[in-house]
Design a protein around this ligand. Structure first.
Ligand code: PEP
Ligand code: MN
Length: 334
């Protein structure tokens, strides 16, 4: 349910209405736009007298939100949300370039890549310290040591860090991480999502391998309903019957998610394709589709990478891509 207030409403009357709605057992999300204030009501509004609310002098209209996701719904919050990712704005016209290796391997590797992607214009550094791997015998990250190396790379470059949390029990270790990534395999780990809802850290939520957009938004809802509104959605490819790529990049998800939600939407063309040579064209297509950012895997020595070398760009390839993406952004925002 949303209650749209008339432009320029009296603050006191607005506060009184909010208090009254809260008194009815509803949680009220206030979204102050340029023209209108929208009150998003979460909870069961079935006992509410809609005619009464609609008849109030300060109310423009009352309507039901039929979708099951509320907090992340565009109706609740008509303006784009801008997430502050370690001080870097993402969304609402702010485009974020996130780059770095799949996994943090050594200090030399992560610092070299961090410096290279920064020189290419990246805004944030990615790197996995806790890696979800299909096989339990594969390299699964340096864990706490990996986080330590990311901190060193951040100190050397000033780039905020994005890294994946797989298990709520490790949350304490992530206290000074700038953006916590929830990987595709954990998109429906509801305990993890609820815990992140209680934190104030920005969360980069990746779409599950076989998840619908509604499921992705319901996962964002888990985080947001706990009070954490700093969520970035990430399209990273889904399982289809395509036989030559790792996944299928669902680019239509970008404009569709923008329609459905006010949250920023970024694209990861690396996991979507699985092949370095396909990353630049799909990254450019994502920028053209209106994505709010790109997360690209970059490695200084892809042939020796411990994880996902085949899809990792070399620093010079990333620099070239970043330059082209900046050109495409000019057209998109023109
Ligand atoms: C990653 O970004 O490191 C990753 C594992 O991606 P995904 O969860 O999308 O597979
Ligand atoms: Mn990877």
């Amino acid at each position: 349910m949303i209650v749209v207030l008339k432009p320029g409403v009296d603050q006191e009357k607005k506060e009184r209405l909010i208090q009254w709605l809260e008194h009815q057992g509803l949680k009220v999300h206030v979204s102050d736009g340029e023209l209108h204030t929208v009150l998003g009501l979460v909870g069961d509004p079935s006992h509410l007298d809609l005619d009464l609310v609609g008849s109030l002098e300060i109310v423009d209209k009352v309507s039901r939100v039929t979708e099951p996701f509320k907090c992340c719904n565009r109706h609740f919050h008509p303006e784009d949300t801008v997430v502050s990712a370690g001080g870097v704005p993402v969304g609402g016209g702010h485009f974020a370039m996130i780059a770095g290796p799949c996994s943090v391997e050594t200090e030399e590797q992560i610092v070299t890549v961090a410096k290279a992607v920064k020189a290419a214009g990246a805004d944030l550094l990615r790197g996995g310290a806790f890696k979800p791997r299909t096989s339990p015998y594969d390299f699964s990250g340096l864990k706490a040591t990996g986080l330590e190396l990311l901190r060193i790379a951040r100190a050397e470059t000033g780039l905020p860090i994005v890294t994946e949390l797989m298990d709520v029990r490790d949350l304490e270790l992530f206290a000074d991480v700038d953006v916590i990534q929830v990987g595709a395999r954990n998109m429906q780990n509801f305990d993890l999502l609820r815990e992140l809802g209680r934190s104030d850290k920005p969360v980069l939520l990746k779409r599950g391998l076989a998840s619908t957009l509604r499921e992705l938004l319901m996962s964002a809802e888990y985080i947001m309903s706990g009070g954490n509104e700093q969520v970035i959605l990430c399209e990273r490819g889904i399982r289809t019957y395509s036989d030559y790529t790792r996944n299928t990049l669902d680019l239509s998800a970008v404009p569709m998610l923008h329609e459905l939600s006010h949250l920023p939407v970024i694209v990861d063309p690396s996991h979507a394709t699985g092949m370095a040579r396909l990353v630049p064209p799909m990254a450019m297509a994502a920028a053209a589709a209106g994505a709010d950012g790109l997360m690209v895997e970059v490695h200084n020595d892809p042939l020796r990478a411990l994880c996902d070398g085949a899809q990792s760009l070399r620093p010079e390839e990333y620099a070239e891509l970043a330059r082209k993406v900046r050109e495409i952004r000019k057209v998109v925002t023109a």
